[in-house]
Design a protein around this ligand. Structure first.
Ligand code: FMN
Length: 198
């Protein structure tokens, strides 16, 4: 791994059969690789069994001893090792999918004092409701959400050959990635200098 680069995890948040999510996830990961400031890892939630029933313990209290299923370890390790996240989320019923909420709730310290950007898609609102709800949730987990987000309305017709038809999209992605890189560096230095008190 290149230590001068920030470790970015792109979380692909929907898991249903026939989903559009991998198209957006691949494009976003490609933009991040082109940016040059990140080592990029795509974490697709469809690759994991993420139960809805949580353990008795609270992740905020249990810390590293939170009892997760053994098969979840690669997911937890990927999140723990990240300096920054991009959450790729569709909009389901005015919010984000339950798969993403489950993955978030099984973790706690893995999000803390790290920046998170949102790339959303869906119907007319482009998944903006999903992203707004995620901002609230991630703030509760001590993450820092990035001001700029990407929202793609009418995703089924607004993309072709794995990329958005809107030619401005790559420019918006670059702006978001610059912000994310700045926060990733600032917060990594801060975490390494003084343990986060959360
Ligand atoms: C259960 C469900 C609920 C949805 N609700 C909304 C919604 O409230 N607003 C919206 O803009 N699109 C909504 N959509 C459209 C999805 O955002 C769109 O189909 C998107 O491709 C779903 O992401 P996925 O293909 O990665 O699962 C919904 C789709 C599903 C399956």
């Amino acid at each position: 791994m290149d230590n001068t680069k920030h470790r970015l995890v792109v979380v692909v948040g929907s898991v249903r059969k026939g989903r559009f999510a991998p198209v957006v996830g691949s494009w976003v990961a490609g933009q991040a690789r082109e940016h040059g400031g990140f080592d990029v890892d795509v974490v697709d939630l469809a690759d994991f069994d993420i139960p809805l029933a949580l353990p008795d313990a609270y992740p905020s209290v249990a810390g590293d001893s939170y009892p997760r299923p053994a098969a979840m370890a690669p997911l937890t390790e990927a999140l723990a090792g990240a300096d920054a996240f991009i959450m790729v989320t569709p909009e389901y019923n005015h919010s984000y999918p339950a798969s993403l909420k489950a993955a978030i709730d099984w973790h706690y310290t893995q999000w803390a004092a790290k920046p998170v950007a949102f790339v959303s898609y869906g119907g007319g609102a482009g998944g903006r409701h999903a992203a707004l709800h995620l901002e609230n949730v991630l703030t509760e987990l001590h993450a820092v959400t990035i001001r700029d987000g990407l929202a793609f309305p009418l995703n089924r017709v607004a993309w072709e050959d794995g990329r958005p038809l809107d030619a401005e999209s790559a420019g918006y992605a670059k702006k978001l990635l610059h912000q994310l890189a700045w926060w990733a560096g600032a917060l990594r230095t801060a975490r390494e200098t003084v343990p986060y008190p959360g």
